[in-house]
Ligand binder design. Structure first.
Ligand SMILES: [Zn+2]
Length: 338
């Protein structure tokens, strides 16, 4: 059984032999939290531009990862392989891989970056320097060091399950406007279109595991995957709670402040009815403010007066409850509500 939030694609050859399994990227909760903040911050709020630029960079990051996913999907590989996009595992620490290409011969981890400008990979200390066209210089965490660290942690995962295959890391620059002036010494830097060629150049390596082991490893990886749940947005950006507009949002017209009527919600702006509109509001509360919502929080945010109505909403929203009557709080498996 795979977690409900992952899309898994099985690819078969003409002879009906399974040649690949692809796990696609889960929807990004970080982006959903930022979008909720954007729609609930008043116009002219001091943090509005920051949130907008975070949304833009999250979207560009996702587009870059999707570009790599697309290239891999459009190419055929003659060896048995499994592809995982956005895989989060825990060994000695939690780590996330943008793309993992797994075969019976080797594993390749791809770290996808979209930092535009002229790039210099520095070694000691590891750092990525970016020079913009206007001459501005910025420093970033080095993606080569990041992928090397991921390779070590993935090796650790493999050794825990008794598998020994070479693990190779590479950095993928999603867009051609990224110009590499100084490349890292040990790690390959690729553009998406070159990735298949690079994978094929490793076909000469010896086969290390049989196809049954590859399949059982695939199941173990999917079972071990724990999607990343970001910290509450208001905590991360220091946004006071009262700056956030309260109310249930209409998904048709975006109006915040749907009215509770018997067994449903009504939008005064577009006259839409939505009996499940509270679910997204509760999810937004959890992304904005914290992991646990109380009855009082629910009444306050959804703008309902009646405690019993709030209890019914919380009890029927498939939340986990904790504590006794007075102090009961509810949390949500955020991944189920992507
Ligand atoms: Zn509406």
């Amino acid at each position: 059984m795979y977690p409900v939030y992952d899309t898994i694609l099985l690819i078969y050859s003409k002879e009906e032999k399974k040649i690949s399994t692809v796990k696609f990227r889960s929807d990004c909760l970080g982006l959903q939290g930022l979008e909720a903040t954007r729609s609930r911050l008043p116009d002219g709020h001091v943090l509005y531009p920051t949130i907008l630029s975070k949304i833009a960079s999250a979207k560009a990051g996702i587009a870059g990862e999707d570009k790599v996913a697309d290239v891999l999907l459009r190419n055929s590989f003659s060896i048995d392989h499994r592809i995982f996009h956005d895989l989060s595992l825990t060994t000695s620490t939690q780590f996330q891989m943008d793309t993992l290409f797994l075969s019976r011969l080797f594993a390749i981890i791809l770290e996808v970056k979209n930092i535009s400008g002229i790039l210099e990979f520095r070694e000691n200390p590891p750092q990525l320097i970016r020079i913009k066209t206007d001459g501005t210089v910025d420093g970033f965490e080095c993606p080569a060091a990041q992928v090397e660290r991921n390779a070590i942690l993935f090796k650790e995962f493999l050794s825990q399950v008794g598998i020994d295959i070479p693990v190779i890391g590479a950095v993928v620059l999603a867009y051609p406007k990224q110009i590499v002036k100084v490349a890292p010494k040990r790690t390959k830097v690729l553009f998406p279109s070159i990735v298949p060629q690079h994978i094929k150049s490793l076909y000469h390596l010896p086969q290390k595991i049989d196809v049954q082991t590859l399949d059982s490893l695939t199941s173990q990886l999917l079972d071990s995957h724990q999607p990343y749940i970001p910290n509450p947005i208001c905590e991360t950006y220091g946004i006071p709670r009262n700056d956030i507009k309260k109310g249930v949002q209409c998904k048709i017209c975006g109006w915040i402040g749907m009215q509770k009527i018997i067994r449903s919600w009504h939008c005064p702006s577009c006259k839409n009815y939505d009996h499940l509109a509270h679910r997204n509001a509760i999810k937004e509360w959890l992304l904005l403010f914290g992991r646990r919502i109380s009855n009082r929080d629910c009444r306050d945010f959804l703008k309902i007066n009646d405690m019993k109505t709030a209890t019914r909403i919380l009890q029927t929203t498939d939340l986990y409850s904790e504590g006794t009557f007075r102090n009961r709080t509810y949390s949500m498996d955020l991944n189920k509500y992507r």
